[in-house]
Design a protein around this ligand. Structure first.
Ligand code: AMP
Length: 290
């Protein structure tokens, strides 16, 4: 496994990719868990060269968010990536990615970034789209791997690829969960044992909404209310949003239509941590997310 610690080195490496050799990119912010590693392993299976980036991207954090105390453990991350058979780990500094005079952001607009995470975290997706566009330019991957856990991020990246004509395959992998259902997240490290217990309420709420849909419930107001009711049953959890929307446009759905996909999306605060989770229902009634 080779370390690539500067933008210049990454550019030079990518110039040497030979035609026909597939390159997979897995963007991360580090403090890796089994969710990240599932992306790295999928890339390993599908690509000749695998690049994992570890970069805590300052532009996607709001002024009151946790940039400075975002968890980091590079030595541990490198051990896990070595075991997963990754070829290159790209760890640029913020000054290298955003040098003095930096001026050109990728700024998505419209419903895909206005609602849900976009409403709660103004500017977040501008930071995400900007850094992901940069990583695509730098690593020149044929496939890029993202987790369904961040469903709105997936919708934004899908638009980024289409709108800026990136020629690459977007691979979206299922959410990896703890045995009790909590979606794995680097931020789970901030939870106290009590809060960690309470955090399973997001999964329970999503299971309940799924159960209602499987029993034939199509009214999305009833489903949103059911999600909110389960979250409210846990005194340590504070709902930010509970929604049923189209997973591509992120616009709210009025009804569950059997032949259309639907995203159940939740965000709630538990103690100091803001948690997100979702279930995705495909048109054929197959679920992704549990
Ligand atoms: P992050 O380090 O939080 O920026 O996440 C890096 C990538 O890992 C993103 O594509 C996330 O969606 C994905 N990811 C994070 N948590 C999970 C999880 N529990 N299961 C699957 N993918 C995940």
């Amino acid at each position: 496994m080779q370390m690539i610690s500067t933008v210049a080195e990454m550019l030079a490496l990518a110039q040497r990719w030979t035609t026909g050799e597939s390159v997979g990119l897995v963007p991360t912010m580090g403090y890796l868990h089994a969710g990240h590693l599932s992306l790295a392993r999928a890339a390993r299976q599908e690509c000749a060269q695998v690049v994992v980036s570890i970069f805590v991207n300052p532009t996607q954090f709001g002024p009151r968010e946790d940039l400075s105390r975002y968890p980091r453990d590079l030595p541990r991350d490198l051990g896990l990536l070595e075991q997963a058979g990754v070829d290159y780990v790209f760890t640029p500094t913020a000054d290298d990615v955003y040098p003095p005079g930096f001026a050109c952001y990728v700024d998505p607009s419209g419903p895909v970034v206005e609602r849900l995470e976009g409403a709660s975290r103004p500017g977040h997706f501008r930071g995400v789209a900007t850094v992901v566009a940069k990583l695509f330019q730098l690593a020149r991957p044929h496939s890029a791997y993202f987790g369904q856990k961040d469903a709105q991020q997936v919708a934004v990246i899908r638009r980024l690829i289409a709108d800026l004509h990136f020629v690459l395959t977007l691979r979206v992998l299922p959410t990896v969960r703890e045995p009790d259902g909590l979606a794995m997240s680097s931020r789970n490290a901030y939870l106290s044992p009590d809060e960690r217990q309470a955090a399973t309420i997001l999964y329970k709420a999503l299971r309940e909404a799924r159960r209602l849909i499987e029993r034939g419930e199509q009214n999305t107001d009833i489903l949103r209310a059911a999600l909110a009711r389960v979250i409210a049953s846990e005194p340590r959890a504070h709902l930010d949003y509970a929604d049923v929307c189209d997973p591509h446009s992120m616009l709210p759905l009025a009804r569950i239509e059997p032949e259309k996909s639907a995203l159940l999306a939740l965000a709630a605060r538990v103690g100091p941590v803001r948690l997100i989770d979702n279930f995705l229902r495909h048109p054929n009634g197959v679920w992704n997310g549990d």
